[in-house]
Design a protein around this ligand. Structure first.
Ligand code: NCD
Length: 310
């Protein structure tokens, strides 16, 4: 336990594939201690977290900020790069080098794949990737795993369907990579133009049973969990390509009628029509609970990285 704690000290969190199965489980275990959100302000007093968000965010930024405050630390940063000196032409490396001198940990979201790794190279303090382009979103994965463990019980013999924009969806790339540590089956369900990147699918197929499908109804009865995602409109080069796939899939009561009775529906949010509101009140809907689990999970990550003694 102590050894695993040490493994996280001052560590960057850039990509989920940098974590062993044991380390993934350690984060989930640590997060259990923060499920009750009170009385943890003695853990990180005086510590400062900088949130540098070069792309829109609601859940990731706010839950990180809430997590830091619940742990007794404080927060600086910006949620719109137009409020920063990047607007004046400053490059990312200069911004990071400067903020590194003000904060104990940096949480960054940026549209460019690999930007978090670049930031980490130039910062002495740990950098946590809050999403880099269509590449990775590791902290979302920790909270997704936490949700599955708490709400489904275990990862063994799980059949998960990933639905939607599997090409650009960084949450899918991270979660599928983490799930491949376990004996799971994965179905990748998407329009033809939004299929999983070939290289990643090949890599995952070596570790877990993977299938592709075009229509969620074809595989509905097999799934324990459906992880739906939004089409990442901002990553499309041509508006026309987006319009061709817009609205091409959704989950509704008809899907539920064809699915396992206790199928769990997850979504990193925001949704823009992929899950009809008629599902919200059913016991199958997990997405709001999932978003709320972001708080204990991010408290656990900050606590581990900044090395508070519990
Ligand atoms: C996701 C993201 O930013 O990748 N949002 C989130 O962090 N919960 C998903 C998305 O934007 O579609």
């Amino acid at each position: 336990m102590k050894e695993l704690d040490t493994a996280f000290l001052n560590r960057d969190i850039l990509s989920i594939d940098e974590f062993s199965k044991e380390e993934l489980m350690h984060v989930l275990k640590t997060a259990e201690q923060f499920i009750d959100q009170r009385n943890h302000a003695h853990l990180l007093p005086g510590k400062i977290m900088a949130t540098l968000f070069f792309e829109p965010s609601t859940r990731t930024r706010l839950s990180f900020e809430a997590a830091m405050k619940r742990l007794g630390g404080s927060v600086i940063g910006f949620s719109d790069w137009k409020d920063s000196s990047v607007m004046k032409g400053e490059d990312l490396i200069d911004t990071i080098t400067v903020v590194d001198g003000y904060a104990d940990v940096i949480v960054m979201r940026h549209p460019q794949d690999g930007s978090a790794a670049l930031a980490a190279k130039h910062a002495k303090c740990p950098v946590i990737n809050g999403g880099d382009g269509s590449n990775q979103h590791p902290t979302q994965t920790f909270l997704d795993l936490f949700t599955i463990q708490r709400e489904h019980g275990s990862f063994d013999n799980l059949t998960v369907g990933f639905l939607g924009d599997l090409k650009y969806g960084r949450t899918v790339h991270s979660l599928a990579t983490a799930l491949a540590h376990f004996p799971v089956k994965m179905y990748f369900i998407s329009p033809e133009s939004l299929r999983m990147p070939k290289k990643l699918l090949e890599h995952l197929s070596k570790k877990a049973e993977c299938h592709e499908a075009a229509d969620v109804m074809e595989v509905a009865s097999k799934l324990d969990i459906v992880y739906a995602t939004r089409i990442q409109q901002e990553r499309f080069q041509f508006e026309e390509d987006f319009r061709r796939v817009k609205g091409s899939y959704h989950l509704d009561k008809k899907f539920l009628a064809n699915a396992k009775p206790n199928v769990k529906i997850m979504h990193p949010l925001p949704r823009v029509g992929e899950i009809k509101h008629e599902i919200d009140e059913t016991p199958n809907a997990l997405y709001f609970k999932q978003a709320h689990y972001g708080l204990p999970v991010r408290m656990a990550l900050l606590n581990l990285v900044l090395g508070a003694s519990r």
